[in-house]
Design a protein around this ligand. Structure first.
Ligand code: GTP
Ligand code: SPV
Ligand code: MN
Length: 609
């Protein structure tokens, strides 16, 4: 079925019977407020995608890359002011500020609505309003949730085609009574009759607002990533974490993989690392240890719920990857390099003279004649990078050569291990196993990591980032910690509990070099973790959990001192880190679960022994 995207409201695609009354009413309200010149109901079809591409190539939003080297692929360059998530402009608008908690920006819901309504009046003038129905997770999964995004950005619609399951059937389910999340988005750049459009319309004023009580999202002013692809962080983490708390499950910033050992036994593992800290790399790991395989299920978000077998089951609610480009190469992530060989939208990478892509870390030599991410001839002596450090690729899950067959399984996969991790140049060892679930929750609650380019702020600054969810928890983080503890209570004794670990690939030596080789060599840590699950290796007790007695480092060039640094803890560093964690936890006041304080005290006691 073909369609035209720039047509009048009366001529749009889906027949009225497919339009649920409540969605239609919401679209009507939005149309009255935003005053778009047309409204288009999207169905996620290839024809629709092609039309969006044509519109954007015409508008200069997308540049077609060389079809011989990057078939079906495009480059987008954002405004230099719109390059990452804006945490300072992200709001949780609960009625009670305590419900947003000390780690979120809070604003009163009705005053936020007033602000956004004022800003949004006529904000889509001269633009098309797209209505995009989508499912997070397989449509037939009990764990799936539905949503509809309104947006005036064709770039966002095309990205949603790749990132989530966009389908008219979603509207049928809503008509039959399924609940859904309202995701309202505008770039906030109205056009008057004689205005020429820009390639990346956006607004200097930005709001990424969430209404946890009514499960709504309203985003204004940005077209970039998590600010604008509302199913991703805004829905699948912030709003979903609220749903999860209410309904007894968990929405997490986690990769999801299936690992198979040389004996052919498979395990599923989830891992929560902060933004740009290695989830995509882990999700597509090519183990250097012979006989091991890692298959990909997801690289950013996992929803975890108790299954009928009493175990925690996980799904990836997304259907695509929005991954960090810089640092991706044939040696660090060959699976991704292969996946990006066609049908990919690149944003803010550099372009070569033959209209192929390039970014820092892709190759040792910098190609001559690069056009940088701002669209200017690149000067390698300038000291600034050719690709923006948060440049990203958008591609469908199906393009991933290591995709596990279970990726679309409505029941999800039962989880064997949960891994936390962060970017710590010191303090945290390569791997440590939690003593039990409660202690594991404490390790998650006190995680910290150095800041990356994925969000605005000071690079390298260590900040507490509980469960890698600091920017993504839609309610009070203290209550969220309680939800983790409750999950343990619910499952204990019923089924096999996942074991909890913490990893750190990022310890540095005194010259500032990474000590651990990382990437495919992380399979050595995976081997230790799996062997722990099997009860096949002994471990050494430490104040923060169980450390490896030994690790398979055959073939690695590591000195004994380096290995010792990787696999041990320095009590004085741990003690200082606990002080920092305690201060952070203190911010939650009486919302901090008692159990977390007990774990902190117990850690201090073990330290003093
Ligand atoms: P978001 O998509 O932002 O949530 O992040 P992500 O966790 O998926 O980030 P990604 O995997 O794309 O992280 C990329 C960064 O981590 C790049 O700078 C990589 O070089 C670096 N990285 C990933 N794995 C390793 C590793 O094992 N060792 C080292 N030293 N760096 C790594
Ligand atoms: C992250 O920042 O953790 C991302 C990218 O995964 S974004 O979707 O922009 O949030
Ligand atoms: Mn992420």
């Amino acid at each position: 079925m073909s369609m035209t995207l720039n047509q009048r409201t009366s001529e749009t695609h889906t027949s009225p019977t497919h339009r649920p009354i409540d969605v239609q009413e919401w679209v009507n309200e939005a149309t009255a407020l935003l005053e778009p010149h047309s409204v288009v109901w999207c169905d996620g079809s290839p024809e629709e995608a092609q039309h969006l591409i044509d519109v954007m190539v015409d508008a200069g939003t997308l540049t077609r890359l060389n079809d011989d080297v990057r078939p079906g692929s495009y480059l987008a360059r954002s405004e230099p002011t719109d390059v990452a998530r804006v945490e300072s402009r992200t709001f949780i608008c609960s009625i009670d500020p305590e419900d947003a908690g000390p780690t979120n920006n809070w604003e009163d819901p009705s005053s936020m609505r007033d602000t956004l309504r004022d800003l949004s009046r006529g904000a889509m003038r001269g633009r098309t309003l797209y209505v995009v129905p989508f499912s997070m997770g397989p449509m037939d999964s009990p764990m799936a949730r539905l949503g509809v995004q309104i947006t005036d950005s064709p770039y966002v619609v095309l990205s949603l085609h790749m990132m989530v399951r966009v389908h008219s059937e979603v509207l049928s389910s809503i008509s039959q009574g399924a609940s859904w999340v309202k995701c309202l988005h505008t770039v906030g750049a109205p056009l008057s009759e004689d205005d020429a459009d820009t390639a990346w319309p956006c607004n200097d004023t930005k709001y990424i607002s969430h209404f946890p009580e009514t499960k709504e999202i309203w985003s204004f002013g940005s077209a970039y990533g998590g600010n604008a692809l509302l199913p991703k962080k805004a829905f699948a983490l912030r709003i979903a974490s609220v749903l999860a708390k209410e309904e007894g499950w968990m929405a997490e910033h986690m990769l999801l993989v299936k690992i198979t050992n040389p004996e052919g036994k498979s395990y599923t593992v989830v891992a929560a690392f902060p933004s740009a800290c290695g989830k995509t790399n882990f999700a597509m790991m090519q183990p250097t240890l012979p006989g091991w395989t890692v298959e990909t299920l997801g690289d950013d978000i996992a929803w975890l719920a108790p299954g009928s077998d009493g175990r925690i089951h996980a799904i990836n609610p997304e259907a695509g990857f929005f991954g960090v480009a810089p640092g991706t190469s044939a040696s660090t992530n060959p699976v991704a390099m292969d996946m990006l060989s066609a049908n990919t939208v690149f944003t803010n990478v550099a372009m070569t003279p033959e209209r192929d892509v390039w970014w820092e870390g892709m190759s040792k030599e910098v190609p001559e004649g690069l056009i940088d991410w701002r669209g200017e001839l690149f000067d390698p002596t300038s000291g600034s990078p050719a690709a923006h450090p948060n440049a990203r690729f958008t591609v469908k899950l199906g393009a991933c050569g290591s995709l596990a067959s279970e990726w679309d399984d409505p029941e999800g996969v039962p989880v064997d291990a949960i891994i936390f991790g962060g970017r710590r140049s010191t303090t945290m060892p390569l791997v440590v196993e939690a003593r039990d679930w409660k202690h594991g929750v404490f390790l998650g609650a006190t995680m910290a990591s150095e800041k990356t380019a994925a969000a605005e702020g000071t690079l390298g600054e260590v900040r507490r980032d509980p469960f890698a969810m600091l920017p993504f928890c839609g309610y009070n983080m203290g209550d969220y910690m309680q939800n983790w503890l409750d999950m343990g209570d619910r499952l204990r004794g019923v089924g096999r509990m996942p074991r909890i670990f913490h990893v750190n690939w990022f310890q540095k030596d005194s010259d500032g070099r990474f000590i651990w080789p990382g990437f495919g060599e992380n399979s050595r840590v995976v081997e230790w973790i799996v062997n722990r699950l099997e009860g096949a290796v002994a471990a050494t007790e430490s104040p923060i959990g169980w450390l490896p007695k030994s690790l398979n480092t055959e073939g690695l060039e590591l000195t004994d001192v380096e290995l010792e640094t990787l696999l041990s803890v320095d009590p004085s560093l741990i003690s200082a880190d606990l002080d920092d964690a305690e201060e952070f936890l203190g911010r939650f006041g009486d919302r901090l679960p008692e159990q977390i304080i007990r774990e902190l005290r117990a850690t201090r006691e073990r330290l003093s022994q």
